[in-house]
Ligand binder design. Structure first.
Ligand code: ATP
Ligand code: MG
Length: 437
């Protein structure tokens, strides 16, 4: 398959390193850096596949062209025809001797924002100028990793009998109560942006049995943290006739498969970007909520039984477990109304969180499939059964026992690559204070 018009580009930059000495090539991309040594100009040319040195010498080029090139600013878009030459001094041992150069579009990026600049920018400054920030090879690698990771997640799920579904993001009722919802103007009706596909994927488990959805979710998070944003991509799974242990195992297998495949495929690229993907190994340790409380007590952090874990508690647990681990059997009151309480002890539920270090990556559990139990849990969670009437109907029409989980994609990438803020794993993050660019 030809990816580019040869008018501008016959190879991508990373191909050049595999071409025989003397091959003709035409590359197109962005000028990363320019060094003018008088009779000779060295360019680092960047495209989305990498960087290569281009050498333009006065003696080999038309004079007008050569002079235009000397004044070219970083991020200018160029198409360069030339010959591949071995050159031990060039990065990667190869350079391109330029024969023709087309300047396709001039750029004027403020020098401190140039992708090649070594200036230390704050995350906010980077995000304010995101498109040039994204062109840094490290960022290109982060988002290629995300894309390839998703490819393998889809592959795993598709090969294991799952149907990919798309559920509405414009909704009339809160999934789990109204606190974190964004209200929107929807003609003359009350409406919100979906915070989770929970209710729909449960319904669809009664149709397809095994469903997954990968799509945007919206949460009106008031607090500014390093792992909460207002819009994120969720990976959601729901499986009919499965227990919570089975969907934990599915999550474990899926993550091991997709991360090992993705880090293999992008090995070279990650290494060049000095990124390291966490190696995941089976089995992920499993501790119950009660065991987590004991570990925390030993570390001097008191959590009252029945409370959610604080950021501090998650941080302390993260010191004890470096890789992924499950916290299971949460108090029913810490979980949403649709989570199944254990019949022998309804204070505790068939539920789990998957953590990597201090970061919660996914939450899941077995869901209630009995209508009366669901009604009573709805009421005791302070929700109005009337506003769930379309959902509740389904529970009279043959709802199988089912379990599932929801995972935050950016949190996963953040934890796997050891990024310090979730915003680094989102192209254009949205949070309490950011709605642009
Ligand atoms: P937390 O306790 O960290 O606020 P949560 O328990 O409210 O998360 P869930 O409702 O369990 O989140 O959502 C499932 C997954 O979606 C989480 O485990 C997390 O990976 C991701 N997620 C939830 N909220 C956000 C958010 N605001 N930004 C990014 N990812 C999120
Ligand atoms: Mg959760």
């Amino acid at each position: 398959m030809r990816l580019h018009s040869p008018r501008w580009k016959t190879h991508k930059v990373s191909d050049v390193f595999r071409l025989p000495e003397g091959s003709e090539t035409r590359l197109a991309g962005w000028v990363h850096t320019v060094r003018d040594l008088g009779g000779i100009v060295f360019l680092l040319l960047r495209d989305s596949s990498g960087l290569v040195q281009v050498v333009a010498s006065k003696s080999e080029l038309d004079e007008e062209l050569f002079n235009a090139l000397r004044g070219v600013k970083p991020e200018t878009v160029v198409s360069i025809g030339g010959l591949v030459k071995k050159s031990p001094k060039a990065p990667g041992g190869v350079e391109v001797r330029a024969r023709t150069i087309d300047i396709l579009n001039k750029a004027a990026v403020p020098p401190h924002l140039e992708p090649a600049s070594r200036s230390k920018l704050s995350l906010d400054e980077r995000l304010d100028n995101r498109v040039v920030d994204l062109r840094k090879p490290r960022n290109v690698a982060i988002f290629k990793f995300q894309s390839v990771l998703l490819k393998y997640m889809r592959e795993y799920l598709n090969e294991n009998g799952f149907v990919e579904v798309f559920t509405p993001k414009l909704i009339a009722t809160a999934t789990e109560g109204g606190a974190a919802l964004f209200p929107i103007a929807y003609f003359d009706m009350e409406a919100f942006l979906a915070q989770s596909p929970q209710l729909y994927k449960e319904q669809l488990s009664s149709v397809f049995e095994r469903v997954y959805e990968i799509g945007p979710l919206f949460r009106a998070e008031e607090s500014q943290t390093d792992r909460h944003v207002s819009e994120y991509v969720g990976v959601d799974v729901e499986v009919a006739f499965a227990t919570y242990e089975e969907v934990m195992e599915l999550l474990e297998e899926l993550l091991i498969y997709s991360t090992s495949r993705a880090s293999q495929e992008l090995e070279e690229e990650l290494r060049r970007a000095e990124l390291d993907c966490l190696k995941l190994e089976k089995p992920f340790p499993r501790i119950t909520y009660d065991e987590a409380l004991s570990i925390l007590a030993e570390k001097g952090v008191e959590v009252r039984w029945g409370e959610d874990l604080s950021t501090e508690a998650e941080r302390k647990l993260g010191e004890a477990f470096k890789g992924p681990y499950f916290i299971t059997d949460w108090p029913t009151r810490t979980k949403p109304f649709y989570i199944m309480p254990k019949p022998e002890n309804p204070e505790v539920s068939f539920s789990f969180d998957l953590m990597i270090g201090r970061i919660e990556i996914a939450s899941g559990g077995q869901r209630i499939h009995d209508k009366d139990l669901l009604m009573s849990r709805l009421k005791s969670s302070g929700l109005e059964p009337e506003s769930f009437k379309h959902h509740l109907k389904c529970f009279e029409w043959g709802m199988p026992p089912h379990s599932g989980w929801g995972l935050g994609l950016a949190r996963l990438v953040m934890a796997l690559l050891g990024l310090s803020d979730i915003r680094e794993a989102i192209l254009y993050p949205r949070d309490r204070w950011r709605l642009v660019p």
